[in-house]
Design a protein around this ligand. Structure first.
Ligand SMILES: Cc1ncc(COP(=O)(O)O)c(C=O)c1O
Length: 403
């Protein structure tokens, strides 16, 4: 069967609008489309492919597990899930792990757990969940309602209640609405989809203190920032804040769908048998791959390498900007970087993305005003340099087109 992009419009639900090319192969930070055209990948499947494409450690773990055992359901536990959970517990503040299949599911579990904890520990009045404008937590109805972009949650009928939003990096706006009825605060330590905006350390510290004062749980959504992306296994390690619940997905599986919620023993105890679950969560294939990814990522070489690569990216973007004057700032942490477009190019992020793909480099946007970079954590210097040379050509074209 010959497969074309036109088929997408014939057989798929139109909730996505993918690019015209169809990639068929990937290796490291390069991908090739049906025509054999090569692209350098600075997008990493939206912060997922943390070891690039087809890393031998992932391929070996997947094929080895594929020849042993694929699936059991949670009627039985399995060795890869237990090994991965043990490694996550050993490496973080957490004492208990719940496995899901995606970031949204990990967040759904976190929100349900917070509500159940509050009900059992403090009674029915403690239900309010506070989150932040422009935050993003997934697309289930609960998580998308907690996310701070109403355009994503409007138009689906009555929303789950007890959810309010305040301004990110503005402690006073949180303090104004927080009280003893607050059950949890959900926050990305660095807003990804919302424009690559890091939470200030003082702000995050203040959020922690307010949660303590009002007996509310602090949930860090590290779906995008986690698993080495910012230069530590989790971003909270670089702040002075420890959350009560942390969610992780994306890079956790390096491209295999898996998510997890991490928490303490005392909080976890509120999800008693039967209260929550998933057929696939903790699937042996996903856990075997994630364990292999973790063995590579959670090492000083790779984590230190993220900081080194961050500098290479920043230097290259600064050089492009010196020549073309398109960015107002480059922000973010580690290999979750955003180049904010200056006033002249505001609203035109997609033009840069499209020109980039035409020049053979894949980038992302975060909203209409920010170019986002979430490459492999082990991308080579050569790939960065060549990718940036292609990006420079793309920038030159967009600048010329907007003269
Ligand atoms: C911070 C954050 N949370 C949750 C999600 C949702 O994850 P998933 O798409 O795996 O459900 C995303 C996805 O972009 C995210 O960036």
């Amino acid at each position: 069967m010959s497969v074309t992009r036109a088929m997408f419009d014939e057989v798929m639900v139109p909730n996505y609008n993918p690019a015209n090319i169809i990639p068929v192969r990937g290796e490291g930070s390069r991908i090739w489309d049906q025509e054999g055209r090569e692209y350098i990948d600075f997008a990493g499947g939206i912060a997922v492919s943390c070891l690039g494409h087809c890393h031998p450690a992932m391929v070996n773990a997947l094929t080895e597990q594929a020849n042993k055992l694929w699936h059991l359901s949670n009627v039985l536990t399995n060795e890869p899930a237990l090994r991965l959970a043990k490694k996550l517990v050993d490496a973080t503040f957490a004492e208990r792990v719940y496995f899901a299949n995606s970031g949204a599911e990990a967040n759904e579990a976190a929100l349900k757990l917070a509500r159940r904890w509050a009900l059992e520990e403090h009674g029915e009045d403690k239900q309010e969940i506070i989150a932040f404008h422009k935050g993003f937590h997934g697309r289930t109805f609960f998580t998308v309602t907690v996310g701070g972009q109403p355009a994503y949650s409007d138009g689906f009928g009555p929303k789950p209640g007890g959810v309010s939003h305040v301004e990110f990096n503005n402690l006073a706006s949180l303090e104004a609405v927080m009280n003893d009825r607050t059950c949890a605060v959900m926050i990305e330590p660095l807003q990804g989809e919302g424009g690559v905006v890091p939470g200030d350390d003082d702000f995050l510290k203040g959020v922690r203190e307010l949660c303590n004062r009002h007996n509310a749980l602090l949930i860090f959504d590290e779906v995008q920032t986690g698993f080495g992306r910012t230069g530590s296994l989790y971003a909270y390690e670089q702040t002075s804040v420890v959350p009560d619940i942390l969610t992780t997905a994306k890079a956790l599986g390096g491209g295999f769908p898996i998510g997890a919620m991490l928490t303490t023993q005392a909080i976890a105890a509120h999800l008693k048998p039967g209260t929550h679950g998933s057929t696939y969560g903790g699937n042996p294939l996903g856990c075997a791959v994630a364990e292999a990814v973790m063995d590579v990522v959670n090492t000083p070489e790779v984590l230190h390498g993220v900081k080194e690569r961050e500098q290479w990216f920043r230097d290259a973007l600064t050089k492009i900007n010196e020549k073309y004057d398109v960015f107002s700032e480059v922000r973010g942490r580690g290999l979750l970087l955003g180049a904010a477009l200056n006033d002249k190019f505001k609203g035109k992020a997609r033009e840069f993305l499209t020109a980039g793909a035409e020049e053979g480099v894949m980038i992302l946007v975060a909203g209409m005003d920010v170019l986002r970079f979430t490459p492999s954590l082990v991308i080579s210097d050569t790939d960065i340099q060549q990718g940036m040379a292609r990006l420079e050509k793309a920038v030159a074209r967009v600048v010329a087109a907007n003269q």
